[in-house]
Design a protein around this ligand. Structure first.
Ligand SMILES: Cc1cc2nc3c(=O)[nH]c(=O)nc-3n(C[C@H](O)[C@H](O)[C@H](O)COP(=O)(O)O)c2cc1C
Length: 377
């Protein structure tokens, strides 16, 4: 006889298979507009620099990452998850991107699924790997997840909206902040707190800082939408929550200026969205949904080529706007329009200052750059 516990655990792996299938369906829809479209770089036609002068390395906490993009937490569990994780891990190994697993809670409850998580480390022995668990779990689960993956960091996810929409989801959230604090204390590697697509507000980031969290991924709305995914699984009981939450753009605008290390994800569709998130202060940008379809339907090689295309275009976009590093994007002029502008106005955020940031750096030095070649002379 199958115990109730084992049934619950195997259904967690089955739920993950549903998530992969339904998230992939969302990706097949034409990518819609989102709040990244409300953000525009003011174009300066003489600010461009040489692509060769661009260095994409970024600092996140104590680490230096070679590129400011990482593969965000998605899977682990059953067969499809194993295949997706293997492809993602091979691509991460070749491209040097940091990579997070999906929630390792599945493997902590049902060790027979551990191999589908372990593959992330096996395919990428030297790479930067993040384990992932939910904030509602006991404090020692974070370290157990880290141990399973020999991970460099732990992602701790806050998913109160997703749990609410899930018929079998948790209904008890009051202990989560204390849980975050206890997990930070019980984990030997840095803890990155993240949402799963509904955003982290200024208030939440302040609370996280107070309990010792130094790194947070705002993971906002506009991309993978778990209210819609769970509604599709559970008979549409909460379909009206489909537009709940804040976008990454809104979260980055609203974040406390002194939060130590902000990461952004949620709704990134292409390298220009990455550039915008970096320009709004993110140290690095997480991508989940956009890499899911290539991981699911292509080979590890085609996924790797797709990621390399993102990195190369991101380098070119840096040169186009005249930023030699991601940090230099802080002095680009950004126009905040539409819904993001309305959000900023309602929250009292100075967006006029963001539209004139280049004034602090003055005009580029005319003597800089290589000599003109024969034809240019
Ligand atoms: C199939 C799938 C499974 C996911 N599972 C997890 C998870 O286990 N833990 C987690 O923190 N986030 C999970 N996420 C959320 C992502 O990490 C990310 O926060 C969210 O998808 C928004 O990014 P996107 O718009 O690039 O997809 C999952 C996303 C997808 C697409």
């Amino acid at each position: 006889m199958v115990s109730e516990d084992a049934q619950a655990h195997s259904s967690a792996a089955a739920r993950k298979e549903d998530h992969i299938r339904l998230a992939a369906d969302q990706r097949r829809e034409t990518p819609g507009r989102n709040e990244f479209d409300d953000l525009e770089f003011l174009h300066h036609a003489l600010d461009g620099i040489d692509v060769a002068a661009v260095n994409l390395a970024t600092r996140v906490g104590e680490w230096s990452w070679p590129v400011p993009i990482y593969i965000n937490g998605m899977t682990g569990g059953a067969d499809t998850a194993m295949r997706v994780n293997r492809s993602l891990a091979i691509a991460a190994q070749v491209t040097g991107l940091p990579m997070a697993s999906g929630s390792v809670g599945i493997a902590l409850d049902d060790p027979s699924t551990a191999a589908s998580f372990r593959v992330i480390r096996e395919e990428n022995p030297e790479g930067f790997v993040m384990a992932n668990v939910g904030a509602g779990r006991p404090a020692d689960h974070g370290q157990r997840a880290v141990d399973l993956l020999e991970a460099n960091a732990l992602q701790l996810h806050l998913n109160v909206v997703q749990e609410t929409v899930m018929p079998e989801g948790s209904r008890e959230f009051s202990s989560w902040l204390r849980g975050v604090e206890a997990t930070v204390a019980a984990t030997e590697v840095p803890v990155i707190v993240k949402e799963v697509g509904f955003g982290l507000s200024r208030r939440t980031l302040t609370q996280l800082r107070e309990v010792g969290v130094q790194i947070a991924d705002v993971s906002g709305s506009g991309g993978t939408n778990f209210a819609r995914i769970e509604s599709a699984r559970g008979g549409d009981a909460f379909g009206y929550l489909g537009s709940f939450g804040q976008s990454a753009v809104a979260c980055l605008l609203d974040a406390p200026a002194d939060f130590p290390n902000l990461l952004a994800s949620g709704g990134i569709r292409h390298p220009l969205d990455v550039l915008k998130a970096l320009a709004l202060g993110a140290r690095a940008v997480g991508i989940a949904g956009p890499f899911l379809l290539p991981a699911l339907e292509g080979t590890a090689e085609s996924l790797t080529a797709e990621i390399q295309r993102w990195v190369e275009q991101l380098r070119q976009l840096h040169a186009m706007v005249g930023a030699a590093t991601p940090a230099e994007l802080a002095t680009t002029d950004l126009l905040v329009r539409g819904g993001a502008r309305e959000f900023a106005t309602l929250r009292g955020i100075d967006i006029a200052g963001i539209a004139r940031r280049s004034e602090v750096r003055g005009l580029p030095d005319r003597s800089a750059g290589g000599p003109l070649n024969q034809e240019e002379r």
